[in-house]
Ligand binder design. Sequence first.
Ligand code: HEM
Ligand code: HEM
Length: 183
Amino acid sequence: MTQHRYDPFTQSLHWMTALAVIAAYAIGIGREAIPKGDLRSLLLGLHMSIGILVLGLTMVRIGWRNFVPAPVPLPATKCTALAAKLVHLGLYAAMLAIPVLGLLAAWAKGRDVGLFGLLAFPSPIGQDKVLAKSLEGAHEVAAHAMMLLVGLHAAAAIAHQTILKDGTLARMLPGGRLTETVR
Ligand code: HEM
Ligand code: HEM
């Protein structure tokens, strides 16, 4: 039978990752406004843990894709299909590259990184302030670019569902109704 919906595990990974990415971004930006002190450090720890979670979820998602392939694409023009593919590829690249850049930046700064106090990833590299600055800059620019891509992606998904009514969003939701053409 042709599969038109993302499987429940991929759906869960998608929405958990989406929440985690938005939380990491909001905390990353928000903590800049807080004066140096305990709260700011606590928020950095939380930011790094959530970011590591994004990396872990993404690796699980890519691994899972080997067992359960994506559903067949919805009927679309060549141009729309290519645009969707490029945005998805860009999002995957960002979900991997941004946490890795952040992790390397933290390590180059001499910070130890943890995962909600459950795991610790002490720095395997020596402290290098110049390298840390460049990595932090790249991390920041990539995070802002990712948010633009996420905005585009979410707007496209909502427009497909509400204007074109082609069931795009329903494919990523549990039990969401698919349209006649793709049921
Ligand atoms: C998808 C995941 C992530 C997103 C969207 C994200 C986003 C951001 C943003 C927006 C900032 C603030 C940049 C600024 O305005 O200065 C930031 C800072 C930072 N992030 Fe991330 N980040 C993520 C994951 C990580 C991870 C996994 C780590 C490390 C393990 C990390 C480490 C850092 C560090 C060290 C800073 C600079 C903090 C400072 O000293 O001011 N980030 N991140
Ligand atoms: C940080 C936020 C997000 C990230 C990183 C993200 C990432 C992705 C990726 C990589 C895919 C490709 C699926 C795959 O083949 O594995 C996807 C699909 C999808 N996403 Fe998101 N997403 C985010 C937020 C959202 C939001 C807010 C919405 C809806 C409002 C949404 C709706 C969808 C839909 C409907 C699909 C399936 C598209 C299709 O079948 O062509 N996503 N997302």
